[in-house]
Design a protein around this ligand. Structure first.
Ligand SMILES: [Fe+2]
Length: 511
């Protein structure tokens, strides 16, 4: 055991007790650890090891599917795509983290600097450093920017935060009688960076009058001249016994223009970009007892089945695939792209692109932020006003915070990379998310958020927690009008335009 621990330490791997007992049963434990190091893994847990062990069974089956050449006269076929994967925000091949205390410190400092610079651009905030508080007379108004260290409720039901900047810290308080602010205060979580307007009560004590987020600038949706569509889908979970094969087959026919009216054909023929948002397969050993829920128990074979689906999409559609927590990469974010060994047939095609989660892709001059969504999940479990069946609202909350890692130490782990991939450094035009197995759309200050839903029926776990997913719904966005439309594949290709006003409900959500 000591030998394993020592070896893991040299590789900068943090191995849990349970993982050590699993490793002890493997003769090749050292080479497994070598591989995990190469994968950029930081924490070694039993589910990660199990995944690694099943990967050694390389599948021998031959490709069973023929690549689909588009069978109808799609407009997008003759139109040159215009896109750029913004590699500066993609962690694939760039993970150099060693997981040392210094790395975490650097990450938090970098996050503070990036977000506080955004806050400083707000004209209604003139912040002073927390260390200069002493020089300000008592009861004077004061603005500060800080990261929340601690949050608690006092015995008189006020909300208190300890916040700090790069040099000093202080206590800030929302008075219980200030009901509006109390509501806002619920959204402020540990590790959030906020701007505060308040009154100085003591040298390190402020009563809050207003809270500001780094936020998106106010703006309206940008559009393009040509009528081109982008679509989003997510959470296929291929390999699980709840994967919905038949609706997926219908979706593929739809993308190929089969059995559609001329009007429907015209529209789907303009689909040029598709974002596939992770949990592409169900994975193996992702949680205890998962093995019994799998109909494909080999990770490679799960990806083969996923490739079979993807290869039936018309070849003129540019497809961007990111990982989720069920895919064959590290669970911790930022997650690098799924490697070639799992999808060699897709890697061989020119229209498939493999990106990290989160990542950014520019299409037709519009910026797309693509993210599987683990931190939205974490956020929803932390605040009462967000719900799993409105995933776009959770994402909008992250846009206000300009941060995809608003709270460190939740259910989802993060790797302190040398570069910050989680702060939302630019203003996205469109945000594509998944993870919640629930479609959802919203526009906030010119940015449209789309959750692509799922192709997995309700699982036992979802039943237990009362979550009702929306499988078999495919959203597309018209980039000329920014109108969203959905097609339902569990209900005979029913189409629905989403009312632009309805999706704008969240516009101007103040915080
Ligand atoms: Fe999922």
């Amino acid at each position: 055991m000591e030998e394993i621990l020592k070896y893991a330490e040299q590789k900068n791997l943090i191995v849990s007790k349970e993982a050590i007992s699993l490793l002890q049963k493997q003769d090749n434990w050292a080479s497994i650890l070598d591989e995990l190091e190469k994968d950029g893994q930081l924490f070694v847990e039993p589910h990660i090891l199990e995944k690694k062990l099943t990967r050694t069974k390389m599948s021998q089956t031959k490709p069973s599917i023929e690549i689909r050449k588009s069978s109808f006269n799609a407009q997008a076929k003759d139109r040159a795509p215009e896109f750029r994967i913004m590699t500066e925000y993609d962690v694939t091949g760039q993970s150099h983290c060693e997981g040392k205390v210094d790395d975490f410190l650097r990450l938090f400092r970098s996050k503070f600097k990036l977000l506080s610079n955004m806050l400083k651009e707000r004209h209604n905030l003139s912040p002073t450093d927390i260390s200069s508080l002493k020089a300000i007379p008592k009861n004077e108004n004061v603005d500060i920017i800080g990261m929340v260290n601690k949050k608690w409720t006092t015995k008189n039901n006020h909300i208190a935060y300890e916040i700090e900047d790069l040099e000093a810290k202080c206590i800030v308080l929302i008075m219980e009688r200030d009901k509006e602010l109390m509501k806002k205060g619920e959204r402020v979580l540990e590790d959030n960076v906020v701007g505060i307007k308040g009154a100085k009560i003591g040298d390190d004590f402020i009563i809050i009058k207003e809270i500001y987020w780094p936020d998106l600038p106010i703006g309206s949706p940008r559009s393009i001249q040509d009528e081109v569509y982008s679509g989003g889908t997510s959470d296929f979970h291929i390999g699980s016994n709840t994967y919905l094969e038949k609706p997926v087959a219908k979706w593929l026919k739809f993308l190929n223009g089969e059995g559609l009216t001329e009007k429907q054909k015209d529209k789907v023929g303009k689909l040029q970009y598709l974002f596939v948002n992770g949990d592409n397969v169900s994975g193996v050993g992702v949680y205890p007892g998962q093995f019994d829920e799998l109909v494909i128990k080999d990770l490679y074979k799960q990806y083969e089945a996923f490739e079979d689906v993807m290869l039936q999409i018309p070849e003129y559609i540019q497809i961007f695939i990111c990982p989720g927590q069920h895919d064959a990469v590290r669970r911790a974010e930022p997650q690098p792209a799924i490697p070639k060994e799992f999808m060699p047939r897709l890697y061989a095609q020119r229209n498939f692109h493999f990106i990290s989660s989160p990542s950014w892709v520019e299409t037709e001059g519009l910026k797309n932020l693509i993210y599987h969504g683990a931190s939205i999940h974490d956020l929803i479990s932390n605040v009462s006003f967000l719900e799993m069946d409105k995933p776009h609202e959770g994402m909008i909350e992250l846009l206000k915070k300009r941060d995809l890692m608003p709270k460190y130490g939740g259910r989802n782990p993060y790797v302190p990379e040398s570069k910050d991939y989680m702060v939302i450094k630019e203003v996205p035009d469109l945000v594509w998310i998944g993870d919640m197995h629930h479609n959802g759309y919203g526009t906030y200050r010119g940015t449209t958020v789309i959750n692509g839903g799922t192709w997995e029926a309700q699982t036992d776990f979802q039943k237990k927690i009362g979550h009702h997913p929306t499988p078999g719904v495919f959203p597309m966005v018209n980039l000329k009008t920014r109108q969203i439309s959905e097609t339902y594949f569990m209900r005979n290709n029913l189409q629905r335009e989403i009312d632009a006003e309805k999706i704008n409900e969240t516009e101007g959500g103040k915080a």
